[in-house]
Write a protein that binds this ligand. Structure first.
Ligand SMILES: [Zn+2]
Length: 285
């Protein structure tokens, strides 16, 4: 990984990876300014993105920022983009304060270096101290940003990783940013605000815009292809099927979070939040 350096993944579509939480940032320059996809985890980190764009793309002005979903590592850097319009799904505006409370409480409970995810106590302090900048421009199903010589389309196809995940499509370059609906450097993160039963269908709808040559940029990790996304969708469908089966059979939540099943593609320890979500979202038959 060439940390913090933008790499061209398709015609005039750029992607940079940053060490903390291995978050990816996209840049789509056009005639009338650029769209930036996701802003990292703090005001300081967002400022580093501003500096990286300025150094690598002199003269390019970021006029639009898109948040692929509400999570802090994709939104807290918004504050660094003073002159840009921030676009996101309606639910990002509705849940950003709650996300801030959640992450600040998590940091207060455990503030230590984490080499596995590339962050330090100093990074966490910056996250906790960041002032939120909510989106300016939100939508429910789709929106378009016109850059003069190209357009960028934003599309929500349902709930999954959160209730407000969107794809950022760049049709003229055949690129789709999918946020954390797909992850490459780790398996998908199924946190306390995920929708495991709906996620596979949401991803399936996004796959309608993905062909064999499409470059798919995940929220974390390097760009992938259609096959990768299909494989991950299959894994998420298996998680949904196993958890649905357990819930409908009346299994107690504590057992469901403990009993192994050879079909599950991810460690059961990583699925504790997903189990709780399914138990809250579905009644036993
Ligand atoms: Zn996320």
């Amino acid at each position: 990984m060439d940390a913090g350096r933008f790499v061209e993944v398709a015609d005039r579509v750029w992607h940079a990876r940053f060490p903390q939480w291995d978050v990816g940032v996209g840049l789509v320059p056009g005639r009338d300014g650029a769209v930036l996809v996701d802003t990292r985890a703090s005001g300081v980190q967002g400022g580093a993105v501003v500096a990286a764009v300025r150094a690598q793309f002199p003269g390019v002005r970021v006029r639009h920022v898109v948040n692929t979903h509400v999570h802090f590592d994709h939104t807290f850097g918004n504050i660094a983009f003073a002159g840009a319009t921030i676009h996101a799904h309606d639910r990002v505006a509705a849940t950003l304060d709650g996300e801030a409370r959640r992450i600040r409480a998590a940091i207060a409970a455990d503030c230590s270096d984490c080499p596995e995810y590339g962050y330090t106590v100093a990074d966490l302090d910056e996250v906790a101290q960041t002032r939120l900048r909510p989106p300016d421009c939100t939508f429910g199903s789709s929106a378009t940003i016109d850059l003069g010589d190209r357009v960028v389309t934003l599309l929500h196809t349902g709930r999954g990783h959160t209730d407000g995940d969107i794809a950022v499509q760049v049709p003229d370059a055949d690129v789709v940013f999918l946020g954390d609906l797909v992850e490459q450097s780790a398996h998908p993160s199924l946190g306390p605000d995920c929708w495991p039963l709906e996620w596979p269908d949401t991803l399936g709808s996004q796959l309608n815009w993905v062909g064999p040559d499409t470059v798919v940029v995940p929220g974390h990790g390097r760009p992938v292809d259609e096959q990768f996304v299909c494989r991950q969708q299959g894994e998420l469908a298996t998680v949904a099927a196993v958890l649905r089966e357990r819930r409908l059979a009346g299994m107690p939540l504590a057992d469901a979070a403990r009993e192994p099943d050879h079909r599950l593609p991810y460690p059961l320890a990583d699925l504790a939040d997903a189990v709780a979500c399914v138990w809250a979202q579905l009644e036993p038959s």
